[in-house]
Design a protein around this ligand. Sequence first.
Ligand code: 0WD
Ligand code: CA
Length: 380
Amino acid sequence: PNHYHQHQSVSHHGQNTVGSQSLCTRRELYDRGFPVYKQPVEVGCFSLDSHRRFFNDSRQLRFYVEPDRSPNFNLRDGYKDRFLKRDDGVKERLDHLLRWIKANRSKLSSRLPADSSRDLGVDFVTWRGHLTKLLTTPYETKEGWLLAVTRFRGTWYISEVETEAAQRERMNRTERHEEMMYWGYKFEQYTCADNLHSLPDSGGVVNTNEAFCTVVQTRLADHRLLFSGEVDCRDGDPKAPPPPACYVELKTSAEICTPKQRSNFHRFKLLKWWAQSFLPGVPRVVAGFRDQDGVVVSVETFLISKISQLIKNEYNCWKPTVCMNFCCDFLSLVKRVATEDSHSVVYLFSWEPRRDVTYSVHRDSQYSFLPHWFVEEMTK
Ligand code: 0WD
Ligand code: CA
C-alpha cells in the first residue's frame, strides 16, 4: 500500500473542521508545584509472541541477569543471520491494549457502583509511549507529534498517528541506522533469561515481535489514567518487590568520553529515560555504554528516583515538574475540546516544535481507530 498522502486526502472529505483552542508549550508556563501523580498500580499484563499474537498473560516476561561491569558484548553479532524484525509499517494503534481491556473489563469496573458497569472508570486509555512524548514536549526541538483522540462511553482514547516527517525518516533509514536499532534488542538478549533457572542465550534469534507489556492504573491530578508499556525484564531475585517495582528497563547508549558528551547525555537522553520509566513506576534503568563498533564497554544502573539530582548541575536543564504539568494541562485541554462521545469522531491534536498545540475534528475519516469488535463489546 502507498503510505504517503495519508494527511492530504482528508481535505477531500471536506468534513474536517479546525478547532479554536490551543496550548502553548513554553517551559516557563509549567514551572510550578509538582502535580499529584499517584503511585502506579499494575492491574494486569499481556504478551505478544514471535508472530505478534496476543496472550492475556506474562509468558514473554524475562528475567534480568546482571552482566560484568565491563562485559564486551558484541551487539553486532547476529544482525545478518539471527534477526527477525517486526514490520513497523503495520500500524497496530491501540489494538493490543483494547484486547486486554476486552478480556479484563470486569476487573476494571468492579470497584464502581453496579449501575455504572458500562463505565471503564478511567478518563484516558493510551500507550505509555504516547504519554512519554507529552512529558518531553516542552523540551523537544526536533520531532513533532500527532495524537488522535476519540471520546467513547466517557473515556478518552489516545492513539498516535505517524507524522509525515516520521514516515519519511522510517522509509529512508541508512543501513547503519537500521543496524543500530538492532543493538538495543541484542543487549536485551545478552542480559535476559527466559526463566529464573536459566541464563541468557546470546546464540538465539532476536525476534522483535515478542513483547511483554504491563497495564497500569494511576492518576495525574484529576485525570484517571490507564496505560500500557512494554517492559524489558524483571529483577531475577524471587524476593524482589511486586510489579511494577521489580521491573528493569534496558538501554544502550554511546560511551561518554568528553564533558560535552556527558552534558548532552544528561540534558537529552536522561530526560527520555526518566519520563518513560517514571510513568509506569519502573524504578531502574540498566544502561550498556557501547563504542562505535557496537561493543558494550561498561554497564551502569540509573535509579529513576536519583535522576533529578544527577542533572541539577547542568545549566538550563529539564525539570520533571515542567513535564508533568504540561501533560496535565494537555489532558485538561483534551477533556475541554473532545466533548462529543462517538466511536467514529476523532479530534486530531498536532504539535510541531516552536508552535502551539492545535487540533482539528474528523468524522468517519481514516483517522478513526477504535475497532468494530471493541465498539461492539463495550456497547453490550
Ligand atoms: O502504533 C503505534 N504508534 C505504537 C505502538 C507506538 C508505540 C508502541 N506501540 C505498541 C506496540 O504494541 C509495542 O509493543 O506499544 C508497545 C510498546 O509501547 P510503549 O511501551 O508505550 O512504547 P515506548 O515506551 O515508546 O517503547 C518501549 C519499547 C521500546 O524500547 P526502548 O528501550 O527503545 O524505549 O517498545 C519498543 C521498543 O523496544 N517499541 C515498539 N514496539 C513495537 N512497536 C514500538 C512500536 N511502534 N515503539 C517502541
Ligand atoms: Ca528498552
